[in-house]
Structures are given as structure tokens and as C-alpha cells.
Write a protein that binds this ligand. Sequence first.
Ligand code: APR
Length: 308
Amino acid sequence: MKKKITVVGAGNVGTTTVQLIAEKDLADVVLIDIIEGVPQGKALDIMEACPIWGSSSKIKGTNNYDDTAGSDIVVITAGLARKPGMSRDDLLAANVKIIREVAANIAKTSPDAIVIVVTNPMDAMAQVALKVTGFPHSRVIGMGGILDTSRMRAFIAMESGALPKDVQAIVLGGHGDLMVPVLSLTKIGDKYITDVLSDEKIDQIIERTKNGGAEIVGLLKTGSAYYAPAASTVDMIECILGIKSEALPCSVNLDGEYGISGVYIGVPVRLGPKGIEEIIEVELSKEEKKGLERSADAVRELIRKIGD
Ligand code: APR
């Protein structure tokens, strides 16, 4: 039987995620939003494309959580997106209310679901979703590191002339300005980045990666990125469904790994049908470890601000 995935939020990220799930024929999807007509209209439009894609996915739009009942995976994209000049943290007050409401509904209607949190500021929102659902740590996962990593890979490809698929990288830490690129694991083909690009160029790429989301917000002016965020979310879904098997950087509630406890930050994990199947501890330099700690402190500060 096909798995059931609910996507909460029929905006740019949510709808693009549904489109990719349907195009790849991964699951049946329920798209839910508070605005009447929008999830229904977008779901119908995507359903009408399924025959062309040769997809057997069924797509339904709704405003009622009863339709989402028994979902295997729930993706939360509900909430405000950034406007020019805003940081992800500026979304905190508005989005925390939305996440609390959405998480409470999910816990009631899909108590066995694996939850992927996309709404920003993502690490803190994942922490809120964990608390409100009462789900085990293994079933509440934040999407951020895959996106930051993919952005960095794209920038390296653009600077070096390599194909995007031939660039390997991994970006850990918080999904914000404090993200931590691990240069010792960054390669172009079989060569280390430090053997191909100058230190100055590498610093520029790291800076551009840190500002990758803001760069898109600045260009779009009316909203934030959604193609790469949706693709990153679907990468996680494919691992959970067992279609792909690879270590991916995701935001998880650490329990002593990397010397950090009780806070969500991005680290490499292996995902599977139970959610987080393994947290992988890669060797980090002193500076990278400090970077992770700084990320953890920043997320703790956000959690303190919302009084959770
Ligand atoms: N329940 C369900 N949907 C909601 C709720 C709610 N309580 N509150 C808002 N929404 C819906 C809005 O109606 C809107 O359709 O969330 C959707 C958000 O869509 P966009 O404004 O297009 O935002 P998007 O670009 O999709 O980003 C969503 O993901 O990447 C993050 O920073 C981004 O926090 C933002 C989120």
C-alpha cells in the first residue's frame, strides 16, 4: 500500500514538496492549510498532472486535520516566510504560535508519524514540535543541513566549473548564520577543495552559503526560497521510505553526541522507516566543534526567548 504523507502549509515550499512527491510517485499526499480553497486548488492542479507523470500518487487538499489522519510522514511548512532585511530569527514570534497549533493537531491525528520541520527558525521550531507532540526524538527531524550543503555544493560548482553532482560537501550546525561547513569533507571530484580553490575563494563560498537564503529573499523580494528547500525535504522523505540510503545532515535533538545535549542542531544522520536510525559523529576540528557549540547556544537562546 502507498504511504501517506501530509504536507502542512500550501505555500511555496509546501506545494513544491507535494509536486516533487507526486512526480516521483513516492506516496499519497494530503495538503492542508488554513486558507480555504488554496490547498484544494493546488492539490487538484497537481493531481491533474499525475497522469502525465505516470504517477499513481493521489493528492488531496483540505482544511480539516481529519483528512490527514494516520499519516506516515508529516512535513510542516506552515508559517511566515522572510521578507528582505529579515533574519530567520525574526520569524520566531509568529511561527512559534503556528507550530504549536500544527504540532498539537498532528499529535492527535497522526500519533505514529515521522515529522519533518521546515518552518523557520527551523532548529527552534523543531524543538517546539518535539515538545508539543511528545513524540520520541527519533521522529521529529528538522530540514536545514541538506539545503545549506546543497547551496554550498552549487556555489563550489559555479566557482570551479565542476558539475554540481561531482561536488561533495557537508554543512553542520544551526540553519542560520552560524552554520558550520566541514572543509575536510569537501571535495571536487576526488580532490580536496583546498587543493583546487584559493583560501580567499573558499571564504567567499562559505560566506555566500551562510547568506544563501537571504540572497534569494533579496532577489525575490516577496518571499523566500522554495525549490531547493522542497528538494531537500524530499531527499529526507526518500531516505525515510528506504528509497535512498545515505548520511544526510539534519537537525536533531542531540543527547550527548558532539558533547551537546537537549538542543536541535544539524549533524549527519542516517534516516529510515523509524526516523533517525543513527546519529553519525564525524571527526571535527577544534574550530568546527566550537562552531557547533555556538550554534547550539544560539538555538538555546531562541528557545529561552519563547519561554519553552
Ligand atoms: N496551519 C496551516 N497552514 C498555515 C498556518 C496554520 N496554522 N499558518 C499559516 N499557514 C500557511 C499559509 O496560509 C501559507 O499558505 O503556510 C503557508 C506558508 O506559505 P508561504 O507564505 O508561501 O511560505 P513558504 O515560502 O512556503 O515558507 C514556509 O518554510 O522555508 C520556510 O522560512 C520559510 O518559515 C517559512 C516556511
